[in-house]
Design a protein around this ligand. Structure first.
Ligand code: 0RA
Length: 643
């Protein structure tokens, strides 16, 4: 991840005050300075308005991507406090110029500090070239302005000037991300929309009006989801054959509010998303643990009660019980804590207790009155248990019998180093490109694994087929982490042998398809590889241009935009060489363009948010091909550049 921390060494560390610190190390406050961090600016501002909604005041939020590249977020809440603060200046100034000032003004029951999120308006201000704040109160609009986080207006007696008349109350914030801070300053419409939509599922009484006025367009959308998380589950399962209705329940235990919605589909898939204080926790955490533990226990009890499990039978496993389950677990916690580097895994032990307790009480209450739903759930578990038992055999035969040996794996050309931090493995499409890559690589730290043709479509294949597939077996063996059928039990990321797993496929439709299949495989069975940022896609060049004039250097061009730039800026004739596939490059060219860490282009594969994650497999693997291609291309365009 590119951040300014890289050119920050021990000798230059000084005590940084206030917003200056945010500009020096933006990554610490918003995660990154890529498109992802950029979009976070919007979420920060919107989340504050959502807090005002949760406090019972704001019903509508308007988010506009303006033609000038700025963003406006307007709400109809009470308006940010503007009266004189103890510091001798308007409270609004204190909010926007002090780190973490928000808490001082509210007495709300639920903080929204969800890990990376909720760091506040002052961070957005610090990272904006300019920001304007309009507050409507008492029939008047009051205004304040900032530049790169610094006040850009002299105040009379410390109070904001009135700039117009107002109807009602509210806050309007307009900000333009600072190009000195961000690698790219164009907000990604699809990500923003998806996140706003998610916010509405979690806040069923809220309406968000979205508008994109950039590029002379006028794309408008209104998000309002009165069905709440049940509507979210409905959306996630919209193309699936369902076997139960959507079941919802909620409750409160020791100050933690719990809401759950779930539904079963007729497919071998488990999709459970956890939210704490409206923030998605991509790595789950204690709320999900509590839910799973309680649910497994309940279903096993019922299964024995109705005779689906006999005395001699073993209990269903957690994965059996969740076979076909789509669920949202959303909690409100007064003091959320998070685990790990990425801050996306909830850590509060009392969250597990609360969710387990509410699930025990409420799911039991429901199943007692809806036996046909209970039976449908138990049938899903029985189907999973049957497959699990038959596959346990296949697994023993295929994975453990020929005991794993790192070098005896036929296809892998391993590297010499065993220092995982430095090692990379290239998954290369086709034997001929694989051969070139073996010759071209730096064998100290680069391993090559050629795969032939199309690997299995893991979305559609059964588990024993997946495990019987030679290409997949080779990859699982090479990575060294095992794999997981259900929710990560058998997978151990700490055993990963390569810091970077790099998919190297042709820059055409077939290549995109192979990349898709590989990403689906990883996402289904080794999702931590993606969550922890180990998976990359190599971006080979599309063209080489060779100037006719002697002495001028040839150049590799990585996309059509680069070619048209070259056409415009290059004087004199040149020969254009188009690479159709990796196999066309000789080892030297392959090294220069695709393998050499100094020159190559890699894109980090990321799953941005819950909706994206839940839709990815369906989108990529659905039967209709066009949207699938669109998705992977859009995704590749937007992933972060790793240099
Ligand atoms: C604390 C107290 C009051 C309003 C807010 C916070 C508030 C903050 C934001 C941030 C974005 N939109 C907002 N809307 C309201 C109440 C102040 C009063 O009663 O005067």
């Amino acid at each position: 991840m590119a951040s300014q921390a890289a050119n920050y060494n021990a000798s230059s560390i000084k005590v940084l005050e206030g917003l200056e610190a945010v500009r020096v190390r933006p990554g610490m406050y918003i995660g990154s300075t890529s498109t992802r961090g950029l979009n976070h600016l919007i979420y920060e501002v919107v989340d504050n308005a959502v807090d005002e909604h949760l406090a019972g005041y704001c019903k509508n939020i308007r988010v506009t991507l303006e033609a000038d590249g700025s963003c406006t977020v307007e709400d109809d809440g009470r308006g940010i406090p503007i009266d004189m603060h103890a510091k001798g200046v308007s409270a609004e100034r204190v909010v926007f110029t002090t780190l973490h000032a928000g808490g001082k003004f509210d007495n709300k029951a639920y903080a929204t500090s969800g890990g990376l999120h909720g760091v506040g308006s002052s961070v957005v201000n610090a990272l904006s070239l300019h920001m304007t704040v309009d507050v409507k109160k008492d029939g008047t609009i009051y205004e304040d302005r900032y530049r790169q986080g610094k006040p850009d207006m002299k105040l009379e007696k410390g109070l904001l000037p009135a700039v117009g008349k107002a109807k009602g109350t509210g806050t309007k914030i307009n900000f333009l991300p600072d190009p000195e801070i961000f690698e790219k300053t164009r907000f990604k419409a699809d990500d923003v929309k998806s996140r706003l939509h998610e916010t509405c599922y979690l806040n069923p009484a809220l309406t968000i009006y979205y508008e994109d006025k950039r590029d002379g367009q006028d794309d408008k959308e209104t998000f309002h989801e009165p069905e709440g998380i049940a509507g979210f589950v409905k959306e996630m399962n919209k193309t699936d054959e369902t076997v139960t209705p959507i079941v919802t329940f909620s409750g409160e235990y020791e100050g933690v509010k719990v809401e759950v919605a779930f539904q079963y589909i007729r497919d071998f898939r488990e999709e459970i998303m956890g939210f704490c204080n409206n923030i998605y926790n991509s790595e789950g955490g204690t709320h999900l643990t509590g839910f799973k533990t309680a649910f497994t226990q309940i279903i096993n009890q019922y299964a024995r009660g109705i005779g689906a499990l006999k005395d001699k039978d073993q209990n269903f496993t957690g994965a059996d019980v969740r076979n076909g389950m789509t669920a949202i677990v959303s909690i409100k916690h007064p003091d959320p804590r998070f685990e790990g580097q990425t801050k996306t895994k909830l850590d509060n032990p009392d969250a597990a207790k609360a969710v387990a307790q509410v699930t025990m009480d409420e799911a039991t209450h429901y199943f007692d009155r809806n036996l046909e739903v209970l039976k449908a759930v138990i049938e899903c578990a029985e189907r999973a248990a049957r497959i699990r038992k038959s596959e346990a055999k296949a697994k023993t035969n295929l994975l453990t019998k020929p005991k794993f040996s790192f070098d005896s794996n036929g296809k892998l050309s391993n590297c010499e180093s065993r220092d995982a931090e430095k090692c990379e493995i290239f998954i290369v499409e086709g034997d001929s490109a694989g051969g070139s890559a073996k010759m071209a690589r730096n064998r100290m730290f680069q391993a090559i694994m050629p795969i032939r043709g199309k690997i299995l479509n893991v979305e559609k294949a059964s588990m024993d087929k997946v495990l019987a597939n030679a290409e997949i077996k080779s990859m699982i063996n090479a990575f060294g982490c095992g794999f997981s059928e259900g929710y990560g039990q058998d997978f151990d990321i700490s055993k990963l042998r390569y810091n970077k797993i790099i998919i190297m496929a042709d820059a055409d439709v077939d290549g995109a398809h192979i990349a898709t299949l590989l990403l689906t495989l990883f996402y289904r069975f080794m999702p931590e590889l993606i969550y922890e940022g180990h998976v990359f896609v190599a971006m080979p060049p599309l063209y080489k241009v060779i100037p006719q004039k002697k002495g001028e250097e040839g150049e590799y061009l990585y996309d059509d935009a680069a070619l048209s730039r070259y056409r415009k800026t290059h004087k004199g004739g040149f020969t254009l060489q188009r690479y159709k596939g990796l196999g066309e490059m000789d080892p030297q060219q392959l090294w220069e363009t695709t393998l050499d860490p100094e020159r190559r282009r890699l894109r980090l594969v990321q799953i941005d948010d819950g909706r994206m994650a839940s839709e990815m497999t369906g989108l990529l693997m659905g039967t209709d091909v066009p949207p699938r291609r669109e998705f992977i291309h859009a995704h590749a365009q937007d992933a972060e550049l790793d240099v």
